[in-house]
Design a protein around this ligand. Structure first.
Ligand SMILES: [Zn+2]
Ligand SMILES: [Zn+2]
Length: 149
C-alpha cells in the first residue's frame, strides 16, 4: 500500500481530519473505502488502483470516498459499511452525485455534461457504481474505456 501524495494533498484541502490517501492492489473487496486510523479521529482513504482502468476511474473513486467523509457519512462507527441501511439512506447516490459535481461533470440541471459522458460512462461501467437514473439520460454509449486505442 502506497501513499498517493497528490491525492493526500487534495483530500487535506477538504478537511484536516483526512490524513492520507493510499493506492493498493488487493484485487478483491471494495474499489474504495474510508477507514479511521486505529484509536484516532483521522481518516484514510484506500483505493484499489490496480483494478481501475484509467485515471478518470481512479479520480472518481477518490472523490466518491472523499464525498462520504465530507458529507458526514463516516461520523459514526469506525468504518463506512455498505450495509442495507447505508444504501437505503441513499448515501451511495449522495456520494456519487457529490463526486461528479466536484469533478465538474454535472451541468446546472444536475445531469452529466455531454463532454464528460464518455468518461463518466466508462467509470459507471467499470466500477459498477449505482448512478442515479437520469444522470446519463440522452447520452449514447458504448462507454467503454478508450485506453490503449
Ligand atoms: Zn460509497
Ligand atoms: Zn476510461
Amino acid at each position: 500500500m502506497k501513499v498517493n501524495l497528490f491525492l493526500t494533498d487534495v483530500a487535506k484541502g477538504y478537511g484536516p481530519d483526512i490524513r492520507a490517501v493510499y493506492f493498493h492492489g488487493r484485487e478483491q473487496g471494495p474499489l474504495g473505502a474510508v477507514f479511521r486510523f486505529k484509536g484516532e479521529a483521522a481518516f484514510r482513504i484506500e483505493i484499489d488502483a490496480a483494478r481501475l482502468e484509467c485515471v478518470h476511474q481512479k479520480l472518481f473513486v477518490f472523490f466518491h470516498e472523499l464525498g462520504h467523509i465530507v458529507l458526514g457519512h463516516c461520523n459514526t462507527g469506525n468504518i463506512l459499511k455498505n450495509g442495507p441501511e447505508h444504501l437505503a439512506r441513499g448515501r451511495e447516490d449522495e456520494a456519487n452525485t457529490w463526486a461528479l459535481n466536484e469533478m465538474g461533470s454535472l451541468d446546472s440541471g444536475g445531469r452529466v455534461k455531454p463532454g464528460d459522458a464518455h468518461c463518466v460512462g466508462c467509470t459507471v461501467k467499470a466500477t459498477g457504481i449505482q448512478i442515479k437514473s437520469g444522470l446519463l439520460e440522452g447520452q449514447s454509449g458504448p462507454f467503454t474505456c478508450n485506453r490503449g486505442q
